[in-house]
Design a protein. Structure first.
Length: 241
C-alpha cells in the first residue's frame, strides 16, 4: 500500500470512529467546565483566568479552555461539534505522527499498525469524542514520549531529542499540571537504563529541555497570578470546601 493510500485509510478510520454523531449529544460530565470558561474568555477578552460565572475556575490550567475558544473563533459556531472537534484532532495528529516518524524504525506496515492501535484504543475513542482534558493531555504525552523514543533510537541530534519532546511536556502542563512528567521520566529512564545510557540525561540539551518545559508553564502562571484578584490558595480552598 502506498504512503498516500495508508494516510487516507488512517484518516478515513479516524473520521468514521471519531466524527460520526460527534455533536449529537448534549454536553455531559465535565464538558461544561471546559466550554463555559471558553465562552467567557471570548466574551470578556480575559484569557488568563478561566471563569465559570463570576467565580475563577482554578482546578486545572486553561489550555483546554483556550483550545475550545480557538475552535469557536475559527469555525464561527459555538456548539457541541465545534467544542469536541479539537479532542478528535489531537488523537488524529498523534496517529499521523506515529505513522510518519516511526516508519524508518518499524517499517511502513509496522508504523501503520501502531497508528491504528492508537486510533482504536477504547479509552481514547470515548474521551476523543468529548471535550474533556484526557484526550488532549494523553495526546500531548504521546507526542512527547513517542517523539523522544523515535529520535533517540534514530540517533538524532540531542538538541532535537531532548528539547522538542520537552516542549510538548510544557504544553501538557498547561492542560492538567505536571503528573505526566513523572510517567514520562519513568518510561525514558527505563529505556535508557536497559540500554546503559542513563548518562544521556546529563547532556546540556536535556537541561535546556527542562527549562523549556518550565518556561512554557511559567509564561502563563506568572501573569495569571498577577491577574487573579484573590489569593489562589483562598480560591482553591473555596472550590474544595
Amino acid at each position: 500500500m502506498s504512503r498516500l493510500a495508508s494516510t487516507l485509510v488512517l484518516i478515513a478510520i479516524w473520521a468514521v470512529t471519531y466524527l460520526t454523531n460527534l455533536g449529537a449529544s448534549e454536553f455531559r460530565s465535565e464538558e461544561g467546565h471546559r466550554v463555559m470558561p471558553a465562552v467567557q474568555m471570548l466574551d470578556s477578552g480575559n484569557y488568563l483566568v478561566p471563569y465559570v460565572g463570576t467565580q475563577p475556575h482554578l482546578r486545572k490550567p486553561p489550555l483546554v479552555n483556550w483550545i475550545v475558544a480557538g475552535s469557536f473563533k475559527l469555525l464561527g459556531i459555538r456548539n457541541e461539534w465545534t467544542a469536541r472537534l479539537p479532542s478528535a484532532l489531537f488523537v488524529l495528529s498523534v496517529a499521523l505522527m506515529l505513522w510518519l516518524f516511526a516508519s524508518p524504525i518499524l517499517g511502513g506496515f509496522g508504523s501503520t499498525v501502531a497508528a491504528l492501535c492508537w486510533l482504536t484504543n477504547l479509552g481514547l475513542i470515548e474521551k476523543g469524542r468529548m471535550i474533556e482534558i484526557d484526550a488532549i493531555y494523553v495526546s500531548l504525552f504521546g507526542f512527547a514520549f513517542f517523539l523522544w523514543l523515535i529520535l533517540w533510537q534514530r540517533g538524532g541530534s540531542p538538541w532535537l531529542t531532548f528539547v522538542v519532546p520537552w516542549i510538548f511536556l510544557g504544553v501538557g502542563m498547561l492542560a492538567k499540571g505536571p503528573a505526566h512528567i513523572i510517567f514520562f521520566y519513568v518510561l525514558i529512564c527505563a529505556v535508557l537504563w536497559r540500554n546503559r545510557r542513563l548518562s544521556d540525561l546529563a547532556q546540556p540539551a536535556h537541561v535546556v529541555g527542562v527549562l523549556c518545559t518550565a518556561g512554557i508553564f511559567a509564561a502563563w502562571l506568572i501573569p495569571f497570578l498577577h491577574k487573579l484578584h484573590e489569593s489562589p490558595m483562598q480560591v482553591w480552598a473555596q472550590e474544595t470546601a
